[in-house]
Structure formats: C-alpha cells, structure tokens
Write a protein that binds this ligand. Sequence first.
Ligand SMILES: NC(=O)c1ccc[n+]([C@@H]2O[C@H](COP(=O)([O-])OP(=O)(O)OC[C@H]3O[C@@H](n4cnc5c(N)ncnc54)[C@H](OP(=O)(O)O)[C@@H]3O)[C@@H](O)[C@H]2O)c1
Length: 247
Amino acid sequence: MSLEERTCLVTGASRGIGAGIARDLGARGAEVVVNYRSSDDEAQAVHDDIEDGPGSAVLAQADVSDIEAVEEMHQTAHDAFGRVDVLVNNAGVTVDRTFENMTREDWQWVIEVNLGGMFNCTSVCYDDIRAAEEGRLINISSVVGQQGNYGQANYATTKSGMFGFTRTLALELAQEGSTANCVAPGFVRTDMLAEVSDRVKQNILDRIPLGRFAEVTDIVGIVRFLAGEESSYMTGQVLGVNGGMEW
Ligand SMILES: NC(=O)c1ccc[n+]([C@@H]2O[C@H](COP(=O)([O-])OP(=O)(O)OC[C@H]3O[C@@H](n4cnc5c(N)ncnc54)[C@H](OP(=O)(O)O)[C@@H]3O)[C@@H](O)[C@H]2O)c1
C-alpha cells in the first residue's frame, strides 16, 4: 500500500499548507483530488505540478461548508479515480476579533467552514475510507486549539473541536482497520499568518523555542507519514508540529 496506490482528497489545496500537502502526495505518485474554493489559478498550478510528476490530479472546486457542492466534489473524485482512500480535512478560515467585538456572523462562518466543512467532507467520504485498505482520515487542527489564542475564540473552538471528532472517528473506524489522526501545526508562514500584524507576530515568535515560524515543508512530512502504511498502528492521536510550543 504505497502512496502510488492511494487516492487522496485534500481540501483547501489551492494555497498554503493544503497546496504543499497535495503537491507532496502527488510527487510520491498518489492520485490527488485538489479541492479549493476560489483561487482557480493557484489550484490549477497545483494540479499541473502533480500531473507533471508521477502522480495524477483532478480539480474539484467546492466550498466545503456547502453540502451539495461537497457531494459534487465527491462525485468528481469517483469519476476520476473511483474511490477516496485518504481524506485530508485542511480547508480553514479565520475571522479574528476579541470576544467583545465578535459577532454571531463571525462565529458562525468560522464554525461552518472549519467544523461544518470537516463534517461534510468526512460524511461524503466515510464509506470510501471504511472500504479502503487502511483508509485514512487526517484533520489539520492547530496549536491554537490546544492553547487558545487572543482574538481567536471562534477559530480556537473549531480547532479544539477537531480533537474530539478525530478521537471519536478513530474509535468508529478502527474495526475496518482505518485510522483517524489530527495534526496540530504551530504558526506556519502562509497567507493566513500574513494577515497577522508584525507586533503580534513578534509576540508569537518569542514563544516558539525553535525561534522561527514553520514553513509549509515542515508540515507536509507528517501528513505523508499519516497517509502511508507506516502509520498503520497509530490512531486517535494529535500530533503537534509547533517548534516546541508548550500547551
Ligand atoms: N498558517 C498557520 O499558521 C496555521 C497553523 C495551524 C493550523 N493551520 C490550519 O491549516 C489549514 C490551512 O491553513 P493555511 O495557513 O494554509 O491557510 P491559507 O493559506 O489561508 O489557505 C487556505 C486554503 O483553504 C481554502 N479554503 C478556505 N475556505 C474554504 C472553503 N470554504 N472551502 C474550500 N476551501 C476553502 C483556500 O482556498 P481558496 O483560496 O481557493 O479559497 C485555501 O486553499 C487551516 O485549517 C488552518 O486552520 C494553519
């Protein structure tokens, strides 16, 4: 069961961590479903890079918070590759405000994408993951789900929620020999981090023992490991990749 024999659906694969994961899995020969919401050109570039290497790719535009769009994405995956062995729930958004300024809409949107999207995508891929030889559910959480973070009550709630979901799905998938695990990155240099002010970035840096932000390449290796056969006996875990931040 090498990655060459795996079909992997990566949500939010047009930019940042998801694009890195998709390219990495493709470079190892996997069939990759490249999901994205709005960055057409970036998603196309990820698709083309994979197709230029040993892997295969198909584009699947869908807002993960929209169940009908997610069902269409799943159909696209089946039309192209016939199955999904590995689902990487990576798509995520932030709407940062201190709690006293946070509106119901700020709360709802982040919950809908980060948790609702995880539910929708897992729901449509659930039978595939169970039927696969060693199916994999991989959820991209955050150190913020472990520590909390000033101005991110909505986001931190979604990232903590992923832990309980992962643990429960690990129990429910175990009988079929499939696994569910969570990766909790620290602060990674992507567009998401670029939105944070320099002052806040410096405060964060001061709390990172390794003294630097993560690069996307620091995160993709653990996802490759979880997607492959070497992680067969690991399930229900939260793997921190955070430069040594305590929680
Ligand atoms: N960067 C960090 O410091 C950090 C740290 C820990 C965890 N994480 C987590 O890692 C994941 C990726 O973060 P990132 O930094 O790579 O973010 P990013 O650079 O902002 O990229 C976000 C990706 O998610 C997609 N996306 C957003 N909303 C979507 C939706 N409703 N439906 C489908 N796709 C959607 C975007 O697609 P389009 O551009 O096509 O809309 C884009 O490909 C997130 O879950 C985030 O919480 C990030």
